[in-house]
Design a protein around this ligand. Structure first.
Ligand code: HEC
Length: 159
């Protein structure tokens, strides 16, 4: 009798595990993965947009505007600290989803990847309080370095 109860318990556990597997598979459908790639491309496009604005000021192509510099810095920091769970979903690496250039290292080394976003945040915050175009220019190097530092390790070759 005791044996039977244990067996029934074991069977129900197996059933639960199977349900959980199906639920997980459903939340990571191919469509879901494709959407995540599109969404994080939008995140990166926004990073590029704000970097471009700061770069134009640094090069004298756009007029220095303290409010714009401060807003660009704040938005870059916000983009760098976005929760990664919805955007960088495991299984959406290059080769698995069309258009993705995300390397598998993003998921095998999550702390390293997070640290690179930390570098971006730090570089962005360095623009806060920049008083002129020269100060913006002085902060550009670290910002560009933070892109390169992550892309070199975590972004794959062109598709
Ligand atoms: C923490 C890592 C990381 C940092 C920091 C980072 N990127 Fe990226 N970026 C990536 C990865 C990974 C991809 C490829 C994502 C994919 O294709 O799924 C990417 C893709 C891009 C893309 C292409 C987006 C598209 O539409 O395909 C642009 C543009 C870009 N990054 C700009 C930047 C700029 C500019 C910076 C620095 C100011 C930067 N990134 C900093 C990881 C990073």
């Amino acid at each position: 009798m005791r044996l039977f109860t244990n067996k029934a318990f074991t069977l129900s556990l197996v059933g639960l595990a199977a349900t959980a597997t199906v639920a997980m598979a459903a939340s990571h459908s191919q469509k879901g993965l494709e959407d995540a790639v599109k969404a994080r491309h939008a995140q990166m496009q926004m990073v590029g947009y704000h970097t471009g604005m700061l770069g134009a000021i640094a090069k004298g192509e756009a007029e220095f505007d303290a409010q714009i510099v401060s807003a660009a810095a704040a938005n870059l920091a916000a983009l760098a600290t976005m929760e990664r769970a919805t955007l960088w979903i495991e299984g959406s690496e290059q080769g698995a989803v069309e258009g993705s250039r995300a390397k598998a290292e993003i998921w095998s080394d999550p702390d390293g990847f997070a640290a690179k976003f930390g570098d971006l945040e730090k570089a962005a915050l360095a623009f806060e309080g920049a008083a002129d175009a020269a100060a913006v220019g002085a902060a550009m190097g670290a910002l560009g370095g933070s892109c390169k530092g992550c892309h070199e390790t975590y972004r794959g070759p062109k598709n």
